[in-house]
Each structure stands twice: as C-alpha cells, then as structure tokens.
Design a protein around this ligand. Structure first.
Ligand code: CP
Length: 306
C-alpha cells in the first residue's frame, strides 16, 4: 500500500485514501499489539531519529514503542544537553545528525512550520510530532482510529471539539482529518479560544457547551494551553470550569450517551471532571493504545519501502 505523501507534516490536504490506508494498517498493527510477542521485523534496516525540542509523555513514548515494535534502530535527541545551548542552529544540528545516516526523523518543536523546514534540510522521511500551535497529525489519526473503533464510521458523525481551539495543534489536525473523512465538526469554547474565521475550514462554532453536547456523538475535550497563550483570555480557571467544564451533572441532562475523548495531558477538574474522564463512555486510554498502532502504521507506510 503506497501513500501519496512522502512526509507526514500535517493533515491539511492529505487525501481520504491516504487516511483510510493509515487507519486500516493501524488496525492490523493493533492486532500485533495484542499478541504475546508484540514485535515484527518490518523496519529492521531502518534508523529513526526522535528529535524532541518540547516536553512530551504520550507522543514520545508512543513513537519509541512503535519503532521498537517494528524492529527499527532508534536514536533519541533532547534539546536539553545538546549543542543547541552553545548556539548551534536547528539546521546545523539536524544536518549533523543526518550525516550519520538516518532514514526517518520524528520531530516535536515549539515553532509552527519548523517540521516543514526540516523536510527541506534532509532527505529522510519527516514526521510531525507536534509543531507549536500548527498541527499534530499523528494525534488526529489516533483520534480518528479510536472514533472508528467505537462508532464504526466517521462519515456524518457529529464530533464536537471543546476547549482551547485557538492554541491547539490537536484541534487543527482533527479539523482537517475529520472534515476529509466526512464528519461534521462543531467547535466550542469561549470566544477568546476560537480562531477568527475558522468556519472557512468547514466547521461550525458555538460558545454554548450545552448546544455542543446536544449536537455531539463524540466530544474531544482539550486542555487550556497555558504555555502558548498570553494572560487574560479567560477570567479564571474556576469560571472556565463553571461554563465549559464537562461534568457528569451536565451530561446526565442529556437523553443519550456521548463518547468522551481527550488527547492528554488532562487537567482534571478544569476542562473535564475525573468521573467523566474515567467513565465507561470514555475512550481516553484506547486513544493511547491506538497511538502506538497509528505510529507503527505511519512509520511502515512511509519508511517501509526505503
Ligand atoms: N497528546 C499529546 O501530544 O501528549 P504529549 O504532549 O504528552 O505527547
């Protein structure tokens, strides 16, 4: 199975056939992850460099596990402890590492567009593990896989993304992916958290959480991205929780059940309460498991033929 893309820089413009191929392959790798021996020799000749310039728990561990499960050789790089502190540029850092012959570079970086720039410096496959407020395509793919697993299809499904949309790369990648796959997307949050003109991406907007919950088959709840925003966008966390917090009390008013998602890290008691995040309708930990399968799929489809 071949993809039309050479790198995974984002989901903007990635065709439906590619997304279907990634998700179908990920479901096959999910079966591998359920086996007693969870390893296949598929990428035995491939070397992957994981470049993380920003904190990560789920994405980093998930990529590392995916690479190990596929028998790839891997090298991990963290910005702290590197020669970046001595004034070396990203370009020099990456080109020096690339000279050591790597086939795939997975990068998380705080600057939007940095991953695309990287793809112009090196002849390796480049995979975006989150570039600032821009995109986080592997997260959106694992989100779509988890929705498909739970609901069967994405076509015409009503998905509400709730919270800090403006500073979230997860939101943008989900919008591109879900719209390509035929889902209806409603964004919900305070006006300061909704990007101006976002409706042009084919989504609807509401500032009313109850309206979003009425609409939704699935909700994807986002944390407030404190590290990426100025002060004063919301009066207080307590006020935010009162108006936009997903609580059991709100959900129990509905005459239906909603599938609950969150990309993590969760700020319990702010955007979502613990009894909702841990409820039987939550698929948050399925998202984490599917993250390994989706990353195996992407590594296999982009680097398997190298
Ligand atoms: N969802 C996600 O990207 O989590 P990490 O920041 O822990 O990788």
């Amino acid at each position: 199975m071949n993809l039309s893309i050479k790198h995974l820089l984002g989901l903007e413009g990635v065709p439906r056939d590619d997304i279907n191929a990634i998700l179908d392959t990920a479901f096959s790798f999910r079966e591998v992850l359920e086996r007693p021996i969870k390893k296949v020799p598929t990428l035995r000749s491939i070397t992957v460099l994981n470049l993380f310039f920003e904190n990560s728990t789920r994405t980093r561990i998930s990529f590392e596990l995916a690479e190990k499960r596929l028998s790839a050789d891997m090298v991990n790089f963290s910005a702290s402890g590197s020669s970046l502190a001595k004034g070396e540029t990203l370009r020099d850092t990456v080109q020096n590492i690339y000279a050591m012959k790597v086939d795939v570079v997975v990068m998380r970086h705080p600057v939007p567009g940095s991953v695309k720039l990287l793809s112009q410096f090196v002849d390796a496959v480049v995979i975006n593990a989150g570039d600032g407020t821009h995109e986080h395509p592997t997260q959106a793919l694992l989100d779509m896989m988890s929705i498909k697993e739970k609901c069967g299809s994405l076509e015409d499904l009503n998905v509400a993304i709730i919270g800090d949309i403006r500073h979230s790369r997860v939101a943008l990648s989900n919008i591109y992916g879900l719209r390509t796959m035929g889902a209806n997307v409603l964004l919900c949050g305070p006006p300061t958290f909704i990007p101006y003109g976002v409706e042009s991406l084919g989504v609807k907007v509401t500032y009313d959480l109850d309206e979003a919950l009425d609409f939704a088959d699935v909700i994807n709840v986002l944390r407030i991205q404190k590290e990426r925003q100025g002060k004063g966008l919301i009066p207080s966390l307590r006020e935010y929780r009162n108006v936009y917090g997903v609580t059991q009390q709100r959900l129990s008013k509905l005459k239906k059940t909603i599938t609950i998602m969150h990309p993590g890290p969760i700020n319990r008691g702010v955007e979502i309460d613990s009894d909702v995040a841990d409820s039987e309708h939550s698929i948050i930990l399925h998202q984490v498991l599917n993250g390994v399968a989706v990353r195996m799929s992407i590594l296999f489809l982009l680097a398997g033929g190298k």
